[in-house]
Write a protein that binds this ligand. Structure first.
Ligand SMILES: N[C@@H](CCC(=O)N[C@@H](CS)C(=O)NCC(=O)O)C(=O)O
Length: 217
């Protein structure tokens, strides 16, 4: 029998919502893994070292090395891979596509605004200083719009984003939405109740603490 090593997750020292998604699902699935935390605030970031770029040419965490050494990048692709065949991804063809719909929504309409707002609020040197007023306004408006889309979806009597089960669609959206109120976005009742439901799931874990002490999550 060949030696099977644990999966290895490249994460960051500061709390990353994208890495948190992966850690949360690994926790739900009770999959053991090892971690390397990279400093993404150094200049250049440790994600841009020759060694790391050889593994993930896009130079970003999360990056997961699977048991056989295969490297998988992009948080939502990692969620999709890990969830296949488990309760966290529906078998039904349409519901699987609906899960993908929310994963793509998160990456195109939510994360580029809410996650970027969080990063600039706590960690980016200079914060928002290099953006003009209209760019800051756009970040804010688009982030709020994405959260409002979530409120509309859940507000029509749904408990979860896809079907009637907690899935990777919820995990992907939870990561940054859970920090959104803290950074000034408005969270209405249905999203608030959904955040609480996620937090009641078995093996739910908190996002890691911020070693810089700037982010209070
Ligand atoms: N679309 C990617 C985004 C990953 C991403 O932006 N990662 C950030 C941390 S949250 C990073 O690695 N930044 C370091 C850098 O860009 O060098 C995903 O979902 O995994």
């Amino acid at each position: 029998m060949g030696l099977i090593s644990n999966m290895h997750l490249y994460d960051s020292t500061i709390p990353s919502g994208n890495a948190y998604k992966v850690r949360l699902l690994l926790s739900h699935l009770k999959i053991p893994y090892t971690t390397t935390n990279l400093n993404i605030l150094s200049v250049p970031p440790e994600t841009r070292s020759v060694e790391f770029l050889a593994m993930n040419p896009n130079g970003r965490i999360p990056t997961l090395v699977l048991n056989d050494g295969t490297v998988l990048a992009e948080s939502n692709a990692i969620l999709f891979y890990l969830a296949e065949g488990t309760d966290y991804l529906p078998d039904d063809k349409l519901q699987k596509a609906q899960a993908l719909q929310w994963l793509f929504f998160e990456q195109y309409s939510h994360e580029p605004y809410v996650a970027v707002w969080k990063f600039r609020t706590y960690w980016a040197p200079g914060g928002f200083d290099d953006l003009c007023e209209s760019e800051v306004k756009k970040l804010r408006e688009r982030g709020q719009e994405a959260i409002d889309v979530m409120e509309t979806h859940l507000g029509s009597g749904r408990e979860w984003f896809v079907g009637d089960h907690y899935s990777i669609a919820d995990i992907a959206l939870y990561a940054y939405t859970s920090a959104a109120e803290m950074i000034g976005f408005k969270i209405d009742g249905s999203v608030k109740a959904w955040l609480k439901r996620v937090e009641q799931q078995e093996e739910w874990i908190k996002i890691k603490n911020d070693p810089t002490g700037k982010c209070l999550s």
